[in-house]
Write a protein that binds this ligand. Structure first.
Ligand code: ADP
Ligand code: MG
Length: 237
């Protein structure tokens, strides 16, 4: 992201945001509620139109007006706080819907990939279950499988553990850790500071729509440069 600016009805929500995400790295976005984390992720996925600046993916300017936005979105997986599974579909159908309908993958191939992912994420027995039969942690893991089913280049995770009971947070964070080990490129907004410190290669502290601080986890958590960052971390850790 280069000089990205986003406004909603005259109020500036992202201001001159620069962000570079290297392949196979994890970037954590931290900051108070309302600091712009979700908006940044939504802009990255072209769910929101930016007012100024540019966003690039694999060397292509995806904010160029001539770009095929659907094709861009197909390369980016997104998981939100609320799992958003379709309640009337089985786990398997939830996962294979996009590969089949949007990517034109044959049913057998889509199901094979889905079952392989379910097994990897510890959900092997759940393919034929409906979402309401699963725990929150399991539902969120299915949402991650669904995002992975289309083989995205980049995964955006927006506070994916925020709606979970505390005892279910760990199993979802373990999945993210596993994906990192497999080399998945991820950008995640999180309030789990211990996890961010542990898993992130890069940490961005957002404050009022500005990336106030950006550095390694060690630097941002260990020696924050700004008083505002220090105050935020004191409050939350
Ligand atoms: P965070 O995810 O860090 O809590 P958000 O990106 O959700 O922050 O919100 C940043 C700011 O943008 C907030 O002030 C919020 O009220 C505002 N905002 C977000 N989405 C919209 C929208 N669709 N319309 C108007 N204002 C919005
Ligand atoms: Mg948010």
């Amino acid at each position: 992201m280069e000089s990205v600016r986003k406004t909603f009805g005259g109020s500036v929500v992202l201001r001159d945001v620069h962000l570079e995400v290297a392949p196979h790295t994890v970037t954590a976005l931290i900051g108070a509620s309302g600091s712009g984390k979700s908006t940044l992720l939504r802009c990255a996925n072209l769910l929101e139109e930016i007012d100024d600046g540019a966003i690039w993916l694999d060397g292509e300017e995806i904010t160029d007006p001539g770009v095929d936005q659907d094709a861009v979105r197909r390369r980016i997986g997104v998981v939100f706080q609320a799992y958003n599974l379709f309640p009337h579909m089985t786990v398997l159908d939830n996962i294979t819907l996009a590969p089949r309908r949007v990517h034109g993958v044959a049913r057998a191939e889509a199901e094979e990939r889905a079952r392989e992912l379910l097994e990897r994420l510890g959900l092997a027995g759940k393919a034929d279950a409906y979402p309401d039969r699963l725990s929150g942690g399991q539902q969120q893991r299915v949402a991650i499988v669904r995002a992975l089913a289309v083989r995205p280049r980049l995964l955006l995770l927006d506070e994916i553990t925020a709606a979970l009971d505390p005892e279910l947070v760990g199993e979802v964070l373990e999945v993210v850790r596993g994906l990192k080990e497999e080399g998945m490129t991820m950008v995640l907004a999180t309030h789990e500071m211990g996890f961010a410190r542990d898993v992130a290669d890069q940490v961005c502290f957002l404050d009022g729509g500005v990336v106030l601080e950006r550095g390694s986890a060690e630097q941002v958590f260990g020696e924050p440069r700004h008083e505002r960052t220090r105050r935020f971390l004191r409050r939350i850790v």
